[in-house]
Design a protein around this ligand. Structure first.
Ligand code: FRU
Length: 472
C-alpha cells in the first residue's frame, strides 16, 4: 500500500505525535517531535530531531531526548526551544508513573552546544510537581523571550478539573517562578471550557487589516461537547485573540471567542515559530486516542502537517502552505476556463495521489458544487459546497472513524477556491486563500487517483492547475 507520505514529515518505523521545539536559528529550521520507536509493541517516548535550511529537505539528526532519567522515565513529553548564549535550550515535561501507578510531572531543561547533541541539565528537574490547585496534568512548556527575561506557558488542569494555561517566568531559563493562570473576563465561557488544556502557544501576530499587533493564545482543550459544526473531533485545537500588545501579558480580557484553527479531522498540538518576518506553524496530523489507522500494520503512525504560514486578518488566522513547497512541484496540467451546468466532469490528467492542485469556481449561480478527490469506483474524499456551507466527507474511504463529515460556513458564497495538498495518506485543504484549513488522513486504494467535479445549477471553473509533487 502506498500510504507513506512523500513530503510530510513522518517516521517510517515509529509512532509520532506533537511537533516540539520548533526553532529558526541562523538559517536553520529545527523540528523535533514526540517519537515512540517501540510502536506498536511498547512505549518509550523521546524527541526525534530534524533540521532544514529550506523547509523541504529535512536532515535526520540523532534523537535529542531519550527518557532515561528518573524524572522523565515514562516519557520526554512535549516542550519547546529557545536560543540563549548561542545554544539551543529545550524545555520539556518529564512524565513519570510512580510505584503506585500515579502520574508525577517535572519540567526539565536540555542544552546543546553544537545544535545536534543535547545534554540534560544536571540541576533537573527545574520544577517538580504541579503548582498548588492543579493536578499532575501539567505539561508542554512553550517558552518565549519576554522583555529582558523568559517566560513559558504551560497546559494545566485545576483540581476542579478545568483546563487552564499557566505562566511561569525566569531571568535565566534555570530558576522559574509561577505567575498564575491566564485570566479571562469574569463569566467568560473560557472559565469552564474542557477538563484539560494541552500544548499552549502564546505569541504576537500583526493583523494586516487592523494594522496592529495582537496577542494570540492557541491551545488544545479536551472535553468540549460537539456543538453543530463546531468541536466535532474527539479533542479540539483553536485560539483566542486579545487586542493590543503582547509583552508581559497575563490577562486575556476582551478576547475573541474560541475559533478552531483547522476544521479537519486530524489536527492537534501545533507549534508556532517566528522566522524572520514570517510566522510559521506545524501541527500534528493526528488525534490522541486515535491509534488504529491502517498504517499500524506497517509499524508506523501519524505525520506532521506541512509548514503553514500564518496571517491575521480582522482577528482571524489565515493559513497557507509555506511557499517553499512549490519547489517540489513537478509536471503541470491546466484546464481553460469552463462552465458546467447540471453535469459532472472528470478533470483530464488531474490524476495521482501526490499533488498540489488549485481549483477556483464562480458559484454565483450554483446550487451545489461537488469535488471528488482521489476517486476510484468506490472511494473518494468528497468536498461539497452549497448554501455557503463547505463539507468534507471521508465516509467513502478506508479510514473514517466516528464522525466522517466536517463542515464550515464560509463568509463568501459566490466563489470557492480549493487548494489541495495530497500526499498519499495525508491531505491538507486550504480554502479561499487560507481562510479555512482542513487536515485529514486519507487511506484510499492505490487506484483512487482521479479528480471529478459535479455541478447542480451552473458554475464556472475559472482556474484549474494541477502539479504532481516530487520527493524532496
Ligand atoms: C498532546 C500530548 C501532550 C503531551 C504529549 C505526550 O498530544 O498529550 O500534552 O506532552 O502528547 O506524548
Amino acid at each position: 500500500m502506498n500510504n507513506q507520505p512523500v513530503y510530510h514529515i513522518f517516521s517510517p518505523d515509529a509512532f509520532i505525535n506533537d511537533p516540539n521545539g520548533l526553532l529558526y536559528d541562523n538559517g536553520w529550521y529545527h523540528v523535533f517531535y514526540q517519537w515512540n520507536p517501540l510502536f506498536p509493541e511498547g512505549k518509550r517516548i523521546g524527541w526525534a530531531h530534524l533540521r532544514s535550511t529550506d523547509l523541504i529537505h529535512w536532515e535526520d539528526l540523532p534523537p535529542a531526548l531519550l527518557p532515561d532519567d528518573w524524572y522523565d522515565r515514562n516519557g520526554c513529553y512535549s516542550g519547546s526551544a529557545i536560543i540563549k548564549d548561542g545554544q539551543i535550550h529545550l524545555l520539556y515535561t518529564g512524565n513519570v508513573r510512580n510505584a503506585a501507578g500515579n502520574r508525577e510531572v517535572y519540567q526539565c531543561l536540555a542544552v546543546s552546544e553544537d545544535g545536534e547533541h543535547f545534554l540534560k541539565y544536571p540541576g533537573n528537574p527545574l520544577i517538580s510537581g504541579p503548582a498548588e490547585g492543579y493536578t499532575a496534568h501539567f505539561r508542554d512548556p512553550k517558552v518565549f523571550a519576554d522583555k529582558d527575561a523568559y517566560a513559558f506557558v504551560l497546559g494545566a488542569q485545576t483540581t476542579a478539573e478545568q483546563g487552564r494555561v499557566l505562566l511561569y517566568r525566569s531571568p535565566d531559563l534555570l530558576s522559574w517562578k509561577f505567575d498564575g493562570a491566564l485570566q479571562f473576563d469574569t463569566g467568560s465561557p473560557l472559565g469552564q471550557f474542557g477538563y484539560m488544556w494541552e500544548c499552549p502557544n502564546l505569541f504576537a501576530l500583526y493583523d494586516t487589516e487592523q494594522q496592529q499587533t495582537h496577542a494570540i493564545l492557541l491551545f488544545c482543550p479536551q472535553g468540549l461537547q460537539a456543538d453543530g459544526m463546531h468541536f466535532a473531533n474527539r479533542f479540539q485545537c483553536g485560539y483566542v485573540v486579545a487586542p493590543g500588545p503582547f509583552e508581559g501579558i497575563r490577562t486575556f480580557c476582551g478576547c475573541t471567542s474560541f475559533e478552531e484553527l483547522d476544521k479537519g479531522f486530524e489536527f492537534y498540538a501545533p507549534q508556532v515559530v517566528h522566522a524572520g518576518n514570517r510566522t510559521l506553524l506545524i501541527g500534528w496530523m493526528g488525534m490522541p486516542d486515535e491509534e488504529d489507522q491502517p498504517s499500524k500494520t506497517e509499524n508506523w503512525m501519524h505525520c506532521l502537517t506541512v509548514p503553514r504560514e500564518l496571517q491575521l486578518k480582522n482577528g482571524k488566522i489565515h493559513q497557507q502552505p509555506a511557499v517553499e513547497l512549490q519547489a517540489l512541484r513537478g509536471s503541470k496540467r491546466t484546464i481553460e476556463m469552463l462552465t458546467l451546468e447540471n453535469e459532472s466532469l472528470l478533470l483530464p490528467g488531474f490524476s495521482g495521489d501526490c499533488y498540489d492542485m488549485q481549483l477556483t469556481f464562480d458559484t454565483t449561480q450554483a446550487q451545489t458544487v461537488t469535488i471528488y478527490l482521489r476517486q476510484n469506483q468506490k472511494q473518494s474524499i468528497i468536498i461539497s459546497f452549497a448554501d455557503g456551507i463547505l463539507r468534507v466527507d471521508r465516509s467513502h474511504s478506508r479510514y473514517a472513524p466516528e464522525n466522517p463529515i466536517r463542515q464550515v460556513a464560509l463568509a463568501d458564497a459566490t466563489k470557492l477556491q480549493l487548494r489541495v495538498l495530497s500526499d498519499r495518506s495525508a491531505m491538507e485543504l486550504f480554502i479561499n486563500a487560507g481562510v479555512e484549513a482542513f487536515a485529514l488522513r486519507t487511506y484510499l486504494d492505490e487506484d483512487a487517483v482521479q479528480t471529478k467535479v459535479a455541478v447542480n445549477g451552473k458554475a464556472t471553473l475559472t482556474e484549474a492547475v494541477f502539479f504532481s509533487m516530487n520527493r524532496a
